[in-house]
Design a protein around this ligand. Structure first.
Ligand SMILES: [Zn+2]
Length: 242
């Protein structure tokens, strides 16, 4: 059996037998993997904390080819404050479900993991508008996984001025002249244009450090929701936890 040291975060956990757990972990190099944690539910197990949902740490694994066992873990961050705030937990669970959906084994997941961790840090340690955070997360995630919208020119005629609309159907900005080609286009002002460009072009550590007026947040949320659901071909809805 191969010995592997990797950073990872637990994105799903299921009980197995009386004392064991089957975990889903997102790692930078191995992608999303399933790991068994033997004895992790015994009260004295040294794996008790480090095999919990959203625990991020340095893991020592044995195995390979889709079958791994956790040997030990040095915890880096537990995101404890998310667990004690139901609203934060609800958004964190939703974001984690999305991450679980879009990742696979043997996929280089470094950038996705970086975005996911930065998002969890902001949810945990900052007092932010969580709907706004979710919109930013969705736009950044889409551009990270290959659905970067066209934002430097009109997606139809390539003109670079009067880009006053966002089109889900044409994958990006549309100029005023071309706006008639898409009946469901969304009108955007300079704040929203700059926000979308900033989210896409900035390092994921910086994307949550700007603000726009509340009415613009609403429009950004509509764009993020529609574009996200269309590209991933799924109706993602924030669900109640209980
Ligand atoms: Zn145009």
């Amino acid at each position: 059996m191969r010995k592997i040291k990797t950073k990872g975060i637990i994105i799903a956990e299921n009980n197995m037998g009386d004392f064991d757990k089957m975990l889903t972990m997102l790692t930078p190099g191995l992608g999303k993997i399933n790991c068994a944690a033997k004895g992790a539910r015994k009260t004295r197990s040294f794996l008790l904390g480090s095999t919990q949902f959203l625990c991020f740490g340095d893991y020592l694994l044995y195995g390979g080819n889709g079958s791994y066992n956790i040997n030990s873990c040095e915890t880096i961050e537990m995101f404890y404050d998310i667990r004690t705030d139901l609203d934060k937990l609800r958004y964190a669970v939703h974001i984690t479900k999305i991450i679980n959906d879009i990742t696979t084994e043997n996929q280089n997941s470094y950038k996705i993991l970086q975005l996911f961790l930065n998002t969890l840090y902001v949810i945990t340690y900052r007092d932010v508008n969580l709907d706004f955070l979710l919109s930013i997360f969705k736009i950044k995630l889409l551009s990270t996984i290959g659905y970067r919208p066209i934002i430097d020119k009109c997606a139809n005629c390539k003109k670079t001025c009067e880009l006053n609309y966002f089109s889900i159907f044409y994958n990006g900005f549309l100029c005023s002249e071309c706006s008639n080609i898409d009946k469901s286009k969304i009108q955007i002002n300079d704040n929203i244009k700059i926000a979308i460009k900033y989210i896409i072009d900035s390092d994921s550590k910086k994307i949550y450090s700007f603000d726009i007026p509340n009415e613009d947040k609403k429009i950004l949320e509509i764009i993020a929701t529609l574009y996200f659901n269309q590209k991933l071909e799924k109706e993602y809805k924030l669900e109640d936890l209980f």
